[in-house]
Design a protein around this ligand. Structure first.
Ligand code: ARG
Length: 561
């Protein structure tokens, strides 16, 4: 239970319905000056209803409070301030963490329900963009949090392997492509062709029509075109897998857009059966006026299907296949309307489960304040970024610790961890300015800082060299600060999941690191004496929470750095 709840419960029993539990919980404050107590309850609300002075009420209340968790209860002005007993309460908190280890924070609020996550979903024949990185790491962290909360997850990589752009790519390849070059550097070459196509189209607009026609041919199963497409897809997936390996992310399904080719007739048939299809400028659409959003395009005038058509078929398939209780789409904010449309169409078809589909949007990576654009070729290649981060990390690590064993493995964990953490610590909706330097500093609010703190804690445990851990309470303010923070871990996990915000957890890990480093600077942890075992046990509890917290974010926690 969090500390506020302990206090709220006690007050609830005394106040007997004068205020609800939630009201009490909301009212409780943390005093600015720590010496005045851990928590304070203001009596001004009660003063109005009871027609007494707040000071009088505070006095009266403080006389009635008697919980064993508090060592001090005081009426100060119109407030009732309480101080927890660091010894008693600290003991029960830290003992629980030491006993549960990595299981600490596990809950069952998910009740074994199934969450399907649509995440990562890069487009073949194009480089893996920073936007797809966001979807991958945010999705993966949310999935880990879901499992920690007792949900089942299905992680789906809805690969972008179908659509008009492949018609364009085929046209570009046939006009300007070279097989040998593509074989040597598939994504780089295919992407160049794609960029060239968009440049040429400005001079030669009829290329646009050629591209559309080529896609139509592909959709109709033209063998030569299909072979080309399959080749592009194979090479692209190979390149993506390198990135997923580096990031340490796995998926349950790689069924991308093309998988739904033979499943689109069904949805189109359903739509026409429900008389939802209308012809508009030659295309077939579902009007969504009542939702005040633009119509959803289902079929183009040449009969070709669209992105939305494939998402409709995919949703239907997933609801049957996975029977999800919740379907999360971790996709950039710029696709918000698209997901509103897909959901609205499914609701019009009468599917209640559409209510459980949620778009989890996120902001952009900016470069010098500007949006990155694949079409204009202004992109940062994730693979290059990852490798650069790993190299830089290695240099830093060897500088600090030249004799470190498995330097490469640690450099990997730190370099990749830096990028993931930098992404996740930002509120999901914020735009992030891309800056390698900022991601990789080992000081400040970064992944390497948290990893380094954890490694430092582990090095204390190595020096202690015993396996005996027992916490019988400490009384200094620094350790009590840590205990209070460690106690929040289960609530932080629950909140991060419920708000689909890994940043809550990331910021919390920074807080723990900061308060641990304060402790480390002020207290001689390994000094012999009565509380040695308790001090080291607190360090152990810190490593448990940092390691598990990082794991939930998808980041490794090396024991030595
Ligand atoms: N491939 C798409 C893109 O890069 C993202 C797909 C998101 N998932 C979905 N079910 N539409 O923009």
């Amino acid at each position: 239970m969090d500390l506020i709840s302990i206090y709220a419960k006690q007050l609830g029993e005394i106040l007997q319905g004068k205020l609800t539990k939630e009201e009490i919980y909301q009212l409780i404050e943390v005093p600015k000056n720590q010496l005045l107590g851990d928590l304070a309850f203001p009596c001004f609300r009660l003063a109005k209803t009871e027609r007494k002075s707040p000071i009088e009420i505070a006095k009266q209340l403080s006389g009635e409070i008697q919980a064993k968790e508090f060592i001090k209860v005081e009426a100060i002005g119109g407030y009732v301030n309480i101080t927890f007993s660091p010894k008693e309460l600290g003991q029960s908190i830290v003992t629980k963490i030491l006993r549960k280890e990595a299981d600490y924070g596990q809950s069952n609020i998910g009740n074994e329900k199934t969450v399907a996550l649509d995440m990562s979903s890069p487009n073949i024949a194009k480089p893996f963009s920073m936007g797809h990185l966001r979807s991958t790491v945010i999705g993966s962290a949310i999935a880990n949090l879901a499992i920690k909360c007792g949900y089942h997850t299905v992680k789906i990589n809805h690969i972008g392997d179908w659509g008009t752009q492949f018609g364009k790519l085929i046209v570009a390849y046939q006009k300007w492509g070279n097989e040998e070059q593509v074989k040597m550097n598939p994504i780089g070459e295919l992407f160049k062709l794609y960029v060239k196509f968009h440049k040429e189209v400005e001079q030669e607009p009829q290329l646009e029509d050629e591209g559309r026609a080529a896609f139509k041919k592909l959709e109709c199963g033209d063998e030569q075109y299909l072979n080309l497409w399959e080749w592009f897809r194979r090479e692209s997936l190979r390149a993506f897998m390198t990135i997923y390996d580096l990031l340490g992310v796995e998926f349950d399904s790689f069924q991308g857009e093309a998988f739904y080719n033979d499943k689109m007739e069904e949805i189109i048939h359903l739509l026409s059966e429900h008389k939802l299809l209308e012809v508009s400028e030659g295309a077939e659409v579902v009007r969504l006026d009542e939702y005040e959003i633009p119509p959803c395009l289902i079929k183009k005038s040449d009969g070709a299907t669209l992105y939305a058509t494939r998402d409709l078929a995919a949703a239907l398939y997933r609801s049957q296949e996975y029977k999800f209780d919740e379907a999360l789409y971790v996709v950039g904010q710029e696709q918000a309307i698209h997901f509103q449309q897909v959901k609205a169409v499914l609701k019009k078809l009468g599917y209640d489960w559409a209510e459980q589909m949620k778009h989890i949007p996120f902001g952009l990576y900016l470069q010098d304040g500007k949006k990155m654009s694949t079409r204009k070729g202004r992109v940062i290649l994730l693979e290059a970024v990852l490798n650069e981060a790993i190299n830089l990390a290695k240099r830093n690590i060897l500088e600090k610790n030249p004799k470190i064993p498995n330097a490469d493995e640690v450099a990997n964990a730190v370099g990749v961890g830096a990028i993931i953490f930098h992404d996740l610590k930002n509120d999901r909706m914020n735009n992030i300015e891309f800056s390698l330097e900022e991601m990789l500093t080992f000081e400040g609010e970064t992944g390497p800082y948290v990893q380094y703190t954890n490694a430092r804690a582990n090095s204390i445990l190595r020096k202690y060299s015993k396996d005996q851990f027992e916490f019988s309470g400490l009384t200094d303010i620094e350790s009590w600060d840590i205990v209070k923070l460690l106690n929040q871990f289960p609530d932080v996990i629950e909140k991060s999941y419920k708000q689909y915000s890994p940043s809550i957890l990331a910021k919390y890990l920074i807080q723990i690191s900061q308060s641990f480093n304060k402790y480390y600077a002020r207290v001689r942890i390994l000094e012999e004496g009565d509380s040695l075992v308790s001090r080291v046990s607190l360090v152990k509890a810190v490593t448990i929470v940092l390691t598990e917290g990082l794991r939930l974010l998808g980041i490794k926690a090396p024991k030595e750095m």
